[in-house]
Write a protein that binds this ligand. Structure first.
Ligand code: F6R
Ligand code: MN
Length: 194
């Protein structure tokens, strides 16, 4: 048999995407992150708590996925839709993660909106790449990544990454990223952490 143990044999399939609204129509998994899931991530924790209280814990971002074997040889793909807004004056962002298998990369194709991909290595090197409709960001192996929405519409991306990549959030909760993105007087400011 030509099929190897580490990679399941599955049938080919197609998926319909609503590129305008950032929705994967046949998605079987919809992961939702609300404001309360972001406690501990923003500089101004008080502002986040106030938002949760006054707005009833609004949606922060969502990820639509289809089930593909999470193993070597397959490709995971999803649509990630990050709402616009500010916590204090810090732009809305995703939690961010390393891949558990550090030697795995990811492609983010921005379908709508604008913002940045913030990336860092375990050694503390960091980099931002502009995200805007029609631009693709290549997140190389070893780089943790977080999307940040600097606009006033949802930031929508289509992502593809190896099936066995996995997600490591713990190291980001501990160490954060070396820089944050703010919008002050309509100006985008990328500020390094002290
Ligand atoms: C997958 C990936 C994206 C993110 C999504 C949500 O490896 O990078 O699909 O999972 O943008 O962000 P996080 O995972 O940081 O909450
Ligand atoms: Mn990833």
């Amino acid at each position: 048999m030509f099929v190897k143990d580490e990679t399941q044999f599955i049938q080919p399939f197609g998926v319909d995407l609503d590129l305008e609204n950032g929705i994967m129509l046949d998605a079987t998994h919809r992961l939702e992150r609300r404001a309360s899931d972001m406690l501990g991530y923003y500089q101004n924790e008080e502002a986040l708590k106030q938002l949760i209280e006054s707005e009833g814990d609004p949606l922060h971002y969502e990820v639509f996925e289809c089930p593909v074997p999470e193993e070597y040889g397959h490709l995971m793909y999803c649509i990630s839709t990050l709402q616009p807004g500010r916590i204090g004056d810090e732009c809305y962002m995703t939690k961010g993660h390393y891949h558990t298998v550090l030697e795995t990369s990811e492609i983010y194709l921005c379908l709508k909106g604008e913002g940045f991909m913030m990336m860092k290595t375990p050694e503390g090197e960091w980099k931002t790449e502009k995200m805007v409709k029609g631009r693709m960001v290549y997140v190389p192996a070893y780089w943790a990544h977080r999307s940040i929405n600097t606009g006033d519409t949802p930031l929508i991306s289509f992502c593809v990454y190896p099936g066995d990549a996995g997600h490591n959030y713990g190291d980001i909760i501990e160490d954060g990223f070396p820089a944050r993105v703010f919008l002050r007087d309509k100006e985008i400011i990328i500020e390094e952490e002290q």
